[in-house]
Design a protein around this ligand. Sequence first.
Ligand SMILES: Cc1cc2nc3c(=O)[nH]c(=O)nc-3n(C[C@H](O)[C@H](O)[C@H](O)COP(=O)(O)OP(=O)(O)OC[C@H]3O[C@@H](n4cnc5c(N)ncnc54)[C@H](O)[C@@H]3O)c2cc1C
Length: 373
Amino acid sequence: MGPHVRSVPRPSGECADRTLVPVQELHDAPLAPLTTFRLGGPASRLLTATTDAEVIEAVREADGSGTPLLVIGGGSNLVIGDKGFDGTALRIATKGFALNGTTLELAAGEIWTDAVARTVEAGLAGIECLAGIPGSAGATPIQNVGAYGQEVSSTVTEVVAYDRHTEETVTIPNADCAFSYRHSRFKAEPDRFVVLRVRFELEDAGGLSAPLRYAETARTMGVEQGERVPAAAARETVLALRAGKGMVLDPEDHDSWSAGSFFTNPILEDAEYEAFLARAKDRLGPGTTPPAFPADGGRVKTSAAWLIDKAGFTKGYGTGPARISTKHTLALTNRGEATTEDLLALAREVVAGVREAFGVTLVNEPVTVGVSL
Ligand SMILES: Cc1cc2nc3c(=O)[nH]c(=O)nc-3n(C[C@H](O)[C@H](O)[C@H](O)COP(=O)(O)OP(=O)(O)OC[C@H]3O[C@@H](n4cnc5c(N)ncnc54)[C@H](O)[C@@H]3O)c2cc1C
């Protein structure tokens, strides 16, 4: 049976002309098409909100009736179980791009990569290396999105959110967002904040990028790490590098039917790192030097892609409908006919293989709904 469509009235206080576009409500609505994996069963109810007032109203209504709530932006970091979601799924489709000098405010539903393009066109620096990351602006603070040497935590000044605990709209300054590597207060308290708007402070460097922090970008552009280049060129270079790794959405390319990196890079305590190093040398030879980068608290960050590859899960690994991307070891992908269970079976196989080979336990980056690894 197809989804049942019904319109619900807009919250009071909306302009009269907006009432012509009612909040869309669907029942037994497939969620797979709303995710980049194209996986997951239906939601008992799916609302699409196009204004902050609608978002708040929908959240209040779900919370007031004790109905589970799933907030969906671009669905590019979601693994939804085959049974779907028994509750209200709320798709955030708000619009708003306001650039005032170097201050940017984005509505949660803005498409992130388009917003990046517009700031670069305006000659500003700070988020140009985050081009090509799929999904919505409102989701960027959730896991502190990052790539190619930039993270949103460096440019976000404030996050405006609806706080489901206090039932108020709050403005949370950067210092209270608890940003860290692929993490934040919003991810730590998943049932509390619904992001409405994100504010950024960008830099006017006369059309130049922020200093390039990432070795591969600098090398590709023929400059030293730490140098600036035209921001538009930095953005284009990042997009080209990402496309070569299947990290730009392309409906024709099954390597991008993914959530990007499926695992975060493990951050190890000193003793854990020493044990891992010993195991790596034992397994791969005494000359082995696994990637190691300094992380917060004197810890060491190593590379999940390296671990997966060296444990024997190379690009294209798998024979079923869920396989490792042919372009990037870190991306698990749906080759077209997969179910969420197929994907999870592959993820579990990789986790077990890496643990057995190196004693390191990988943690999934995407948010799981109704399932776990
Ligand atoms: C090909 C590909 C490449 C990727 N590359 C990168 C990368 O380089 N770096 C990186 O960091 N990530 C990357 N990702 C992951 C993903 O794009 C980001 O995490 C993105 O920010 C998710 O946005 P979304 O709107 O799709 O969120 P969704 O997948 O819709 O949701 C993700 C989580 O955020 C919550 N959420 C979404 N919107 C809101 C809101 N307004 N308020 C509260 N909670 C909300 C959801 O409930 C869910 O828990 C990649 C994904 C793909 C498919």
